[in-house]
Design a protein around this ligand. Structure first.
Ligand code: CA
Length: 391
């Protein structure tokens, strides 16, 4: 429905007030905007708006999109921006605080099996919740064959630090990022799943070559540990290596390239603030310790990182060889310029939107898609500058 006619309906029907409390999802009709990036002019179009705190976008082979909304809705958006009603069959979610419906990605075999993967905060008894991942078959208006393949246990009370992103290594494994549910000491406990990056086979079973597969009293699904709240993850298509981001405590947001069995330090070491003393970790517990990994890259002031995506293999694009990251508190799209795996420069884009950026994905043609995390959230299409026109 058009915005104006919807407003009139809302005014005429007081009983509809509840439905009028927020905008309905609509196709974008604003004229494209432009912005000057360090590498040339960037074009910005609104594909759709009125999405309620959209969390993740998956790019469908037909040019359309699947978008999660944190309160628990999954919608299909056509290439021209038409937004569907919520799809039926989505698992129930714990939609409080940072919880709700989180990531959506297409299965590596999607073209043949129409399977998708969803991560979400799964409700448990007594107001507890935990990160979970389900697979499902995508139909026109509903999901079918919904199957939970991963559950974080134990479930805990509290609305924060669920993660979560899903990424495939191209070698029949899936990585699931999550958080420590704001119970930081758990991140060092290999007997629980909070604060761990986990790795599964695509059928949900545990790989026999996981680093703790033979351990006693440890969770065999763990890949790496000592993580805080991992809301960004992507595999570098050039190397097949997994990159991950996590929120630091009021400072010290990190990028890591997690390796099997390694300890990424939380809450023993950090580059952020020690909440107990309100002083920097650097002055209290420290930023490094034996047997623990320093971040691969770290920000002293937290951008509050969410989704991430590589833009590589597009030599015509002036943004080729970049890592793109959504920033929530930082209200921008961060572009890290890469030389190989080395981060050599940073620029912040979309700052004029004054919006939290929740997710970013890169299409097969190098087009960039971004979600703003707002009550009236948008799906944006960014056309990066051509190398031919770069300054
Ligand atoms: Ca760390």
């Amino acid at each position: 429905m058009h915005r104006t006619s919807r407003l009139l309906l809302c005014l005429a029907l007081p009983l509809a007030l509840n439905a009028c409390a927020r905008p309905a999802p609509v196709a974008g009709n604003a004229a494209p905007q432009t912005e000057t990036s360090q590498a040339g002019e960037l074009r910005i179009e609104t594909v759709a708006s009125g999405l309620e705190h959209p969390w993740a976008v998956a790019l469908l082979p037909d040019g359309g999109f699947l978008v999660t909304e944190r309160p628990g809705r999954l919608r299909r958006i056509s290439a021209d921006g038409a937004v569907s009603a919520p799809l039926a069959g989505v698992p129930a979610v714990f939609a409080e605080g940072q919880g709700g419906l989180l990531d959506v990605v297409l299965d590596p075999g999607f073209a043949g099996n129409r399977r998708i993967w969803l991560s979400y905060a799964e409700p448990g008894p007594d107001d507890t919740a935990g990160t979970a991942v389900a697979t499902a078959t995508l139909g026109a208006s509903a999901l079918s064959e919904v199957r939970v393949v991963y559950r974080q246990t134990p479930k805990l009370k509290g609305p924060n630090h669920f993660g979560s992103r899903i990424a495939f290594d191209g070698n029949d494994h899936v990585f699931i990022s999550q958080g420590e549910r704001n119970q930081k000491e758990l991140a060092q406990d290999l007997g629980v799943l909070q604060g761990k990056l986990v790795r599964l086979n695509l059928d949900g079973s545990i790989p026999t070559d996981n680093p703790f597969a033979d351990g006693v009293g440890v969770r065999r699904v763990i890949w790496s540990y000592g993580h805080r709240n991992m809301q960004g993850m992507a595999v570098d298509p050039r190397s097949g290596r997994l990159w991950q981001s996590e929120h630091g405590p009021r400072g010290g947001d990190e990028i890591n390239l997690p390796e099997a069995g390694k300890n990424y330090g939380w809450p023993i070491i950090s580059d952020g603030m020690d909440y107990l003393t309100n002083r920097p970790y650097a002055e209290t517990r420290g930023r490094e310790a034996p047997g623990m990994e320093r971040p691969y890259h770290v920000w002293a002031k937290s951008p509050a990182l969410s989704g991430m995506a590589f833009l590589v293999g597009h030599p015509q694009s002036a943004w080729n060889d970049s890592l793109l990251l959504g920033a929530l508190a930082g209200q921008s799209l961060i572009r890290l310029r890469l030389q190989g795996e080395r981060i050599v420069a940073e620029e912040r884009l979309l700052t004029n939107l004054h919006s939290r950026i929740r997710d970013v994905r890169v299409g097969s043609d190098g087009t960039v898609y971004v979600l703003t995390d707002e009550a009236d959230g948008q799906l944006l299409r960014l056309t990066p500058p051509d190398r031919a026109n770069a300054p």
